[in-house]
Design a protein. Sequence first.
Length: 107
Amino acid sequence: MSSRKGYEVGFRVKVNNKNEIKVNLDVLNNKRLSGSAKLVYIAISSFKPNEKITQEKIKERTDLHLATIMTAINTLKHEDLLTLERIKGTREYVYILKPIQEISIDK
């Protein structure tokens, strides 16, 4: 895992407060990303690691149209911030955010 000035790069789910996530500022400051793409990135990062993520669930969290979500996902993939890996034998995908997702405990 790369780091910058002692801070881990990537989002972290705080165990002591389950309603809080941290997102890398490089993602939020990326001028090539639309506000919708940033919102979709944040929404995906807010799901629990083993939780099934669908475009419908992203729509529920963001209130964006499905076409906007698909465009945002394609933009995130193009910017190398998101990859999708198909689960063998299914039509489902695993969403992998970059910088690499990591779960950690903040004390």
